[in-house]
Design a protein around this ligand. Sequence first.
Ligand SMILES: NC(=O)c1ccc[n+]([C@@H]2O[C@H](COP(=O)([O-])OP(=O)(O)OC[C@H]3O[C@@H](n4cnc5c(N)ncnc54)[C@H](OP(=O)(O)O)[C@@H]3O)[C@@H](O)[C@H]2O)c1
Length: 328
Amino acid sequence: MRQITIGNSGITASVVGIGAWAIGGDSNWGPSDDTESIRTIHHAHDLGITLLDTAPAYGLGHSEEVVGKALEGRRQDYVLATKCGLRWDIDEGYMHMERDGIRLMRNSRPQRLQEEIDASLRRLKTDYIDIYIVHWQAHPDFPVPIADTMGFLMDLKQQGKIRAIGASNVDRDQFNEYVKHGQLDLIQEKYSMLDRGAEEKFFDLCEKHTVTFQPYSPLERGVLTGKYDLNTPVGEGLAKARVKWFERENLAKIVELKKKWQPLCDKYNCTMTHLVIAWTAAQGADGNINVLCGARKQSQVADNAGGGLITLDPQEIAQMRADVEAIS
Ligand SMILES: NC(=O)c1ccc[n+]([C@@H]2O[C@H](COP(=O)([O-])OP(=O)(O)OC[C@H]3O[C@@H](n4cnc5c(N)ncnc54)[C@H](OP(=O)(O)O)[C@@H]3O)[C@@H](O)[C@H]2O)c1
């Protein structure tokens, strides 16, 4: 699997990463099988995937606990990313959302981050995080200066508790504040070939500041694997309910896309998932994209890893772009 460097951190990771949101198994994704989740994390490494992303908010600690179990005796094998700034155990902050009677609060004050890093290290059974990412940014109704948050994260780095700093769900001003007050090595943002807004918003900034761009939901929560036809049951969970590509008339366009790309799949002897991941990895500045795909089954991670093995030629990349621009 191709390797990339994360920002200026000196950390090297696989170009395809595994995301452990669904492994949290809450109402966003429906129940997950922890034993299979652990096997999936191990299988990822067998296939060359080293980057592993989780967050306290995924299953309210459960995803981190499962990842912690999976990493026992294998910590050095993974580049471990987790997040901070979203709390369900305090009432202080800006209410990000309410779900299943739980209020998730945005709060990235240094004192609160100190509590969070301690809790994450405990759940993950480790004494360091490779990439520590601010999950959601402060809201004007509960302002926290990025200078304060970044100052605290730089201290954590000094103490050896984290190795690199990331930010997620930022805007350009917030990006610029992060780079002004410390070393930002990665941003994690929504991006897929069907949702390309991040290109204009961030690619120039990432290149200028050598910040790795890590797209989340690059498979549009499974739609871009080509596993759905018009009659496939979508399954439970709020996460998919938020994706417009599961709606019948949109899904019909993906079914057509899959047919159109069959000759390319034949050429590379690959699946639609492979094409989509290889296309995503080829965007932005050379070697500056880390494609973060969620998976909770061994078969899924095996398919996703294949995307890190193909290199499409420039004409194919341009044609695929034209094809998706025609529908999105
Ligand atoms: N920073 C943030 O705010 C944020 C937000 C969202 C996600 N993330 C991170 O990014 C990761 C990826 O995003 P995502 O999970 O939203 O979306 P995604 O990667 O587009 O889709 C993941 C889901 O698609 C299905 N899938 C994946 N690979 C498959 C394959 N090869 N064949 C068939 N089905 C497959 C699985 O769902 P089923 O098994 O249910 O079909 C899987 O859980 C997350 O896990 C998380 O770590 C971060």
